[in-house]
Write a protein that binds this ligand. Structure first.
Ligand SMILES: [Fe+2]
Ligand SMILES: [Fe+2]
Length: 224
């Protein structure tokens, strides 16, 4: 059974002028529709995740750390792009705050720190980034945005279904941030590239992203 909510609804609801991370105003119509996440997460993933919340939290901490690193890496690759320098430091900082928050939850639950082996998801998406610019730049922004969008959807599912009510509240809070992060990458892609070109490439990448997730990974992960 397919789960659950639509990215656009929650993404648009999540972005208020006060909360805008990038110092840009993200109008409602700047978000592509759910068509761009080609398939909703399955109930099987929800069941796997909520039965293994400690494992999910351990993996989630690594996801937040990697999300900060990706933002910093894109800035490092394109240091002469003012829009990146303006938008991405705040995004990276927020990801590191999430990393700290997830680690506090791990301590609270008495979970011993370790980094679970990553699922194939991130590596397979990164392999789709073309090697030559300007393609590499566009793909880097879109792949980062796709991962944020899927994180938004899945953290929202944890916010709905997590059996610990306080942890569920935490996840509902994070979900809004991930929607803004997705929005920030999409606005950057549209600013730096022809919108139709960016949208076409996004849809192609989103198709593969959904294919990667069509088989549930055997270990519980945020992107299993
Ligand atoms: Fe985050
Ligand atoms: Fe994020």
């Amino acid at each position: 059974m397919a789960a659950v909510h639509r990215l656009t609804d929650t993404a648009n609801a999540a972005v208020s002028p006060e909360e805008t991370l990038t110092h840009e105003t993200l109008a409602d119509n700047e978000f592509p529709t759910i068509r761009f996440l080609k398939s909703a997460t399955s109930q099987a993933w929800v069941d796997q995740a909520i039965a293994n919340m400690d494992e999910i939290l351990l993996d989630h901490a690594q996801c937040e750390r990697k999300a900060a690193a990706v933002a910093i890496q894109i800035m490092a690759q394109y240091p002469a792009k003012p829009a990146l320098v303006k938008a991405l430091p705040a995004l990276a900082q927020e990801e590191l705050e999430h990393f700290e928050q997830v680690n506090r939850w791990l301590r609270k639950r008495g979970v011993k720190l370790r980094a679970p082996k990553a699922p194939p998801y991130g590596g397979r998406l990164r392999s789709l980034i073309r090697r030559q610019d300007p393609h590499r730049f566009l793909d880097s922004l879109l792949v980062a945005g796709l991962i944020e969008a899927r994180s938004h959807e899945r953290l929202g599912l944890l916010g709905q279904h997590c059996p610990d009510p306080k942890l569920a509240v935490f996840y509902r809070g994070l979900m809004a941030s991930e929607a803004r992060h997705y929005g920030a990458y999409w606005v950057l892609a549209k600013r730096e590239f022809d919108e139709e070109l960016a949208r076409d490439r996004l849809y192609g990448l989103a198709t593969v992203e959904s294919e990667i997730l069509s088989t549930l990974h055997h270990h519980p992960r945020v992107h299993s």
